[in-house]
Design a protein. Structure first.
Length: 437
């Protein structure tokens, strides 16, 4: 058994670690003194390998406020996942994880838990289990409508009918398009981006008064321009928040009809559309090929369909794909954060990564350099608003697929398209095909 003297010595060491940790943080408040700085300082000054007996103070002392905030994002995301769903809170696993995390939080006030395997095991379970259970609950959509109340919102829970969508991704886009409603983008810039997407679309092949659809219309930014050139356009999206924004954007466009529906449940006549398009949507579905086939099923024979799917960097140098794999790891983490933190982090990415690299590419281009393979060079002439939007789109989305040009062509043929033409300019890959007769 320990003597009273031993206990006094232990408590004295604990107090010394706390006061020493506070002093170190006070001297290095922003980024801390560096990992291992405290124990190294104790060895040099006292000859003892003393650690800080408080996890939060240890992080603050060695990693500063910045490190403390980054560490806090993880438990914040976990707590949000645990508490936002009543069914989840009723699960025994949820109760166990909440209890375990609460115990760890209390223990962290008196011990350094960051080096404990049990901490990381339980933290990993707290992140993984809610997402696994959420994916097990197959969602279904509210009934699609052509005319919805202005304040329609997307339910966070649907009846258990299988549809081809990922619930966290839908919820993410619901928040994204209500946050970045595209009113901050200059019309000239929007039209320039529109032309990049529609470069290979055969406008001259459409009949007079053509009727078509936008599968995944989002805010309606592309629908507004398409509607100027066709007879009628059906704007379809699974996000009620996005459709609320689209309704405002298309308020003066009478030849558009809005539908709240998934891609595989579009309320349109089969083989009845003169054209269709889906830009940046189908790669966020669990089954991209099935989503593409559902769109083609709505086309008349010979009608064109334009699709934009994320490319797999198959036309880039090998190192480009390596950069993407590194960034994709960040996406998988950032996309699990509560939306407020997700937006904050992606705003920081837009500021610290997108803007400097894009403007550097613009400068290099003015100096006569070839910038096609420079990261984010595609944004060199785009506004900071667009960078912020795309940063949230890129890093805040839980599900995305990427495809090579050959894989996209294979999917298009399998869906019933022929005479496929790809655009050879960014964004990659945009392709148009015609439904087989």
């Amino acid at each position: 058994m320990r003597s009273v003297g031993d206990l006094v010595s232990v408590q004295s060491d604990r107090l010394a670690s706390l006061t020493g940790g506070l002093e170190m943080w006070w001297n290095h408040p922003a980024f801390g003194a560096g990992l291992g700085a405290f124990i190294q300082d104790q060895i040099e000054t006292t000859g003892q390998a003393l650690i800080i007996h408080n996890s939060a103070l240890w992080i603050a002392a060695e990693m500063g406020i910045v490190g403390l905030v980054i560490f806090a994002l993880v438990p914040a995301a976990v707590l949000r996942a645990l508490y936002k769903d009543r069914v989840w809170r009723a699960e025994w696993s949820g109760i166990a994880l909440i209890g375990g995390l609460s115990a760890l939080a209390i223990m962290s006030m008196f011990h350094d838990l960051i080096y404990q395997r049990a901490f990381w095991l339980l933290a990993g379970a707290a992140i993984a289990v809610p997402r696994c259970l959420a994916r097990d609950r197959s969602p279904a959509l509210p009934e699609s409508t052509a005319s919805m109340p202005r304040q329609t919102t997307l339910s966070h829970r649907w009846p258990a009918t299988v549809v081809n969508l990922d619930v966290p991704t839908v919820e993410g886009f619901d928040r994204e398009w209500t946050t970045y409603d595209q009113t901050g983008v200059d019309d000239a810039e929007l039209r320039e981006i529109f032309e990049d997407y529609f470069r290979v679309f055969p406008w001259s092949a459409l009949p007079d008064g053509a009727v078509g659809f936008d599968a995944g219309c989002g805010t309606g930014r592309w629908a507004r321009i398409v509607a100027e050139r066709v007879g009628h356009l059906h704007c379809i999206d699974v996000s009620a928040g996005a459709l609320d924004v689209a309704r405002r954007m298309l308020n003066s466009t009478p030849n558009c009809t809005l539908h709240l529906a998934s891609v595989d449940d579009m309320p349109l006549e089969d083989a009845g559309a003169d054209f269709g398009y889906s830009l940046g949507v189908l790669h966020h579905l669990p089954d991209t090929a099935a989503g593409l086939a559902a769109c083609v099923h709505k086309l008349k024979p010979g009608a064109p369909f334009l699709v934009y799917l994320y490319y797999a960097f198959d036309n880039r140098p090998t190192w480009y794909g390596g950069l993407w794999r590194a960034s994709d790891g960040l996406r998988r983490l950032i996309s699990t954060l509560p939306f407020g933190f997700r937006r904050l982090v992606t705003e920081a990415v837009a500021t610290a990564v997108y803007w400097p690299l894009a403007r550097a590419a613009a400068l290099a281009e003015r100096l006569g350099a070839e910038v096609g393979n420079l990261p984010l060079a595609a944004y060199r002439h785009k506004s900071f608003y667009t960078m912020r939007t795309d940063s949230l789109d890129r890093f805040g989305t839980t599900l995305e697929h990427r495809f090579t040009r050959a894989e996209i062509e294979t999917m298009m043929v399998a869906a019933g398209l022929e005479r496929i033409v790809f655009s050879d300019a960014a964004p990659y890959w945009c392709a148009v095909g015609y439904r087989k007769a």
